[in-house]
Design a protein around this ligand. Sequence first.
Ligand code: HEC
Length: 152
Amino acid sequence: MKRLLHVLSVACIAVAPMLLPATAAAQFAKPEDAVKYRQSVLTVMSNHFGRLAPVVRGQQPYDPAQVKADVALVATLSKLPWSAFGPGTEGGGARPAVWADNAKFKQGQERLHADIAKLVAAADAGDLAQVRTAYGAVGASCKACHDNFRNR
Ligand code: HEC
């Protein structure tokens, strides 16, 4: 039995790379699952990004550790939604342009990642003025993509 399990696990390891999804859609059983996944991640990312708003507006005291924690979550979560926009997952609040002009949609993701990298650096430096500037740039990245690719 033990040997059989070993053989099976070796076989699985050997076969796994071939089973890697050819399209991102294959990561999800149904297209609706992909829509739900990306909307959920975007909602949680947005929540943590939104927690920075009162801080950068000076309505809440600047707690560098808290800002760092929220920014770290935004950075991590911002990597997740995009694989859930694979072929065959049209719908939700996404415009058809996501698939029709996918290169531009990808540029929007790259812009977001570049701006979030600056926000991470600012939060790490513990510099509120820098955090404020970087926060504004990230917000503009969100908006630019939504203007082109999200239904309102
Ligand atoms: C590269 C494009 C792009 C960028 C950048 C982007 N979004 Fe979005 N966002 C979308 C698209 C497309 C949808 C619609 C997804 C759907 O409903 O399937 C969406 C939906 C959302 C939603 C709604 C989720 C739901 O429950 O329906 C929120 C909230 C959101 N985005 C927040 C943000 C925030 C905050 C940022 C920046 C930190 C951001 N997004 C950056 C493309 C983007």
